[in-house]
Design a protein. Structure first.
Length: 419
């Protein structure tokens, strides 16, 4: 089997390395953080989806190794870019990390190599941004080297679908580029679907996540309406979900988190404006979801006022769960971070408890012991399965449950408030 280089040893890159290594390939992980490189080479995993025991076996067998040196990419057959694509402060695509890595690859590009971008991005990125940089080497895409896009489909913490079993879509600059990329992925992944172009693959990824964003925005907006109408949005969602056709269940929450859902709609909206097209429906969904932490702050204030005759200012508020989804340590774009900021701005004394996240360095906070009685209000933002929520309700003077972790019933004697 061939040696594969993966640039970016994060939530996408490390599971990719495991999957290809188990299929018989040798994998070189290129990572800029020396601390991560040292951890990986000791067989210590910092990604939930890859146990340290598994990684260590692969490292000890010589199937996986990590480095900070781009020069080592000269000897690999394929290079996969699995790097973050965040938004700038102006909510526009920030491809600086991907572009910098592509320049590093271009300086070392070898004839016959396959380059695949896995990072979520707008349609046209592979052809318009990566291809010109790589061709500065003097080689041509589709002739001297192969270039394709195949978006990651990672859902951290998920066990029913893995990198190996989740179908992979692939679109190359040319038919031969597509064929080469499909051949590579088929050597390690169960199902691979070739598409007509990288643009088709790029937009496929955006559609998948925008679909979720729009539907979550729908139920988030409904939750706000139900609050005014004094109806239980969870009862209504449960009832609608009994219909066996024509309805797909989505649930409200304090906002969107993770590396894709809060970002992807803005990537497509930005690109669409280049064609004098405005994705108003998609942008509206983004606005609704971004507003949810503000709505939740108001709900907390109302609960303190009516439930305990306290104002938000000066109250001790415990945030329970700060990762963006249950049972993972990932805090990227977590709505808990925005909610903490809003509560602090309103004068609340905020602490948090999360067994997966020991520190929030940017907020200057560390996870405290779970002692609900020590706080005026406990706010359940992320419902980790290891927490006894019945005990939380029993001990806390007031609970605001944004995830129905305490059950589907409505408010309990003014003590438990729900979204």
């Amino acid at each position: 089997m061939s040696e594969i280089g993966i640039i970016g040893a994060g939530y996408v890159g490390v599971p990719l390395a495991e999957t290809f290594a188990k299929a018989g390939h040798n994998v070189l992980l290129v990572e800029v953080q020396q601390g991560r490189v040292d951890q990986l080479n000791r067989g210590e995993s910092y990604v939930e989806d890859v146990p340290s025991e598994t990684l260590k076996e692969l490292v000890d067998a010589g199937k996986v190794r990590a480095t900070t040196d781009y020069d080592e990419l000269r000897g690999v057959e394929a290079i996969l870019l699995a790097l973050p694509t965040p938004l700038s402060a102006q909510r526009e695509p920030d491809l600086s990390t991907v572009v910098d890595a592509t320049r590093g690859v271009a300086e070392r590009l070898q004839k016959g190599q396959l380059i695949v971008l896995e990072s979520t991005t707008y349609p046209g990125t592979t052809r318009e941004r990566l291809q010109p940089i790589l061709e500065e080497s003097g080689m041509r895409a589709g002739v001297d080297f192969h270039l394709a896009f195949s978006p990651e489909r990672v859902d951290p913490g998920r066990e029913d679908w893995t990198t190996k079993t989740t179908p992979k879509v692939v679109g190359g600059i040319t038919d031969e580029c597509t064929r080469r990329a499909v051949e590579l992925y088929e050597s390690a992944i169960d199902t691979v679907l070739p598409l007509s172009s990288p643009e088709a693959a790029e937009l496929t990824k955006l559609l998948e996540n925008i679909f979720r964003s729009v539907n979550i925005a729908l139920v988030n907006e409904l939750a706000q309406l139900c609050d005014r109408m004094d109806l239980d949005v969870w009862e209504i969602v449960d009832a609608a979900a009994t219909k066996p056709f024509g309805f797909m269940r989505f649930e409200p929450g304090p906002g969107l988190g993770g590396h894709c859902l809060p970002v992807d709609p803005f990537y497509l909206s930005w690109k669409a404006r280049q064609y004098d097209f405005y994705t108003e429906f998609i942008e509206l969904a983004g606005k609704v979801n971004q507003n949810m932490p503000y709505f939740c702050r108001s709900l907390i204030s109302q609960a303190l006022n009516h439930g305990r005759e306290l104002s938000l200012k000066g109250s001790k508020v415990l945030i329970l769960g700060v990762s963006y989804k249950p049972n993972v340590r990932d805090t990227r774009e977590s709505p808990a971070l925005k909610l903490i900021e809003l509560l602090r701005n309103a004068g609340a004394e905020v602490a948090y408890h999360d067994p997966f996240v020991p520190e929030l360095a940017e907020q200057g906070l560390s996870s405290v012991a779970l002692d609900p009685a020590e706080h005026d209000c406990v706010v359940i933002v992320t419902a980790h399965s290891a927490i006894d929520y019945g005990q939380v309700v029993e001990q806390a003077p007031l609970v605001v449950d944004l995830r129905t972790a305490t059950g589907r019933n409505g408010r309990v004697d003014g003590k438990v408030w729900k979204l």
